[in-house]
Design a protein around this ligand. Structure first.
Ligand code: SF4
Ligand code: SF4
Ligand code: SF4
Length: 382
């Protein structure tokens, strides 16, 4: 019998060069399709006639991803947010700010930023930089926090240096931010931590413990960022299920295993409707994010030191937005459609991407090195 088949409103077909993927935005699942499956779903989404006995489409109906219809129909896809928000020239949606309170530390960690930007998650770790400039004053940080609150920023990451070397100032900043933000994160190296500090931060901020020691003690309301050489990685410890985030330090790009979580299928995360719609327009990590450095420089993220949007030492944050919005927008809207290799990949609206590290490894803002998928052939490298 002449039938039609359409995906449900919450299910999007995204095409790559060879294959496609169905994004189920309610169940937050991604179904990778082979070439045949891509062809048949593309055809049915174009309202072409299909065979009601088609086994694959019947399977999709059982999964509640789509259904057969007797007549051609129009399916209004699920969306989120206002499509005219940007046109209405509202302030830019600003979700995450990194506040780098200081640039001093007496340690000499092998993975620190002054050895070069090679970390996959160094933004939420601590780093010291080979940079000059006096640190911003406490009063200036309070004004910045006011501005962030006015701009409706959601998440604040307080980072250094070793913040315990300026602990009185840090406490003041945490207390001040606490009156304005719900999601405050603060990073300390595990050797800088004491029970007193952990107790003080309890209920004030989410503590991120920076370490390269697998036996580091955990504290209430804390998470661990574990720095690791890719050669030492094994999923034996199952760190991710324990909430431990792995921060890979990449020295030798050529010898990387395709099983590493930052290269394998694990880099593709299920997305909900908000994240999916956002990823169509914005970079999955840099979008809606800024970092304010110890010396007042405003940059895209703590590890992209060579991209500078302005400085807030003698000015205000909104002035940086006013004067440099075009440059900020260019980085925020560096979605994966603009990244070499990713632009022809069906996973481009669900994939994770550390632009700081990719730029460092490839020498190009749009380069891509950390990926084991070949979208031209539709195959994962073994
Ligand atoms: S504790 Fe942090 S800031 Fe200090 S050297 Fe180590 S990584 Fe760098
Ligand atoms: S990194 Fe790019 S090419 Fe690789 S899976 Fe993600 S979106 Fe696809
Ligand atoms: S691009 Fe994102 S993940 Fe990478 S360092 Fe910057 S903020 Fe962190």
């Amino acid at each position: 019998m002449k039938m039609y088949f359409r995906l449900n409103p919450e299910c999007y077909l995204i095409r790559g060069k060879k294959c496609g993927a169905i994004y189920d935005l309610i169940d937050e699942k991604i179904y990778a399709l082979n070439q045949y499956e891509t062809r048949i779903v593309t055809s049915s989404e174009n309202n072409d006639v299909v065979n009601e006995d088609n086994t694959y489409l019947t399977e999709l109906e059982k999964l509640r991803i789509g259904r057969f219809y007797k007549k051609k129909i129009y399916v209004q896809k699920l969306r989120a947010g206002s499509p005219i928000r940007e046109i209405q020239s509202e302030p830019p949606a600003f979700h995450r700010a990194f506040l780098e309170i200081n640039n001093i530390c007496n340690r000499n960690c092998w993975f620190c930023g002054y050895n070069g930007v090679k970390r996959s998650l160094g933004c939420i770790g601590c780093n010291r930089w080979n940079e000059n400039g006096e640190s911003l004053s406490l009063e200036k940080w309070k004004r910045i926090i006011n501005d962030l609150s006015d701009l409706d920023c959601k998440d604040i990451f307080i980072i250094g240096g070793d913040l315990t070397l300026v602990w009185a100032k840090t406490v003041n900043i945490v207390n001040y931010a606490n009156s304005k933000f719900r999601n405050i994160y603060i990073t300390l190296h595990h050797q800088s931590l004491s029970l007193d500090i952990a107790n003080y931060l309890n209920n004030k901020a989410n503590l991120i413990i920076q370490t390269d020691n697998i036996n580091v003690p955990q504290y209430n309301q804390s998470s661990v960022i574990m720095v690791m050489n890719p050669d030492d990685w094994t999923d034996f410890y199952d760190m991710e299920s324990k909430g431990i985030k792995i921060d890979f330090v990449i020295d030798d790009v050529e010898s990387l295993s395709n099983n590493l979580p930052i290269i394998s299928k694990k880099k593709i995360l299920p997305v909900n409707v908000y994240k999916f719609i956002d990823n169509i327009e914005y970079h999955p990590c840099l979008g809606h994010t800024l970092a304010i450095c110890h010396n007042g420089n405003v940059i895209p993220c703590p590890l992209m030191r060579s991209h500078r949007f302005g400085n807030v030492r003698n000015g205000e944050l909104y002035q940086v937005f006013e004067k440099n919005w075009k440059e900020i927008e260019k980085i925020w809207k560096l979605n994966l459609d603009k990244i070499e290799k990713c632009k022809c990949c069906e996973f481009r609206y669900a994939c994770t991407d550390c632009r700081a590290l990719e730029e460092n490894l490839t020498g190009k803002l749009s380069g891509k090195r950390l990926c084991g998928y070949n979208p031209i052939e539709g195959e994962w490298l073994k």
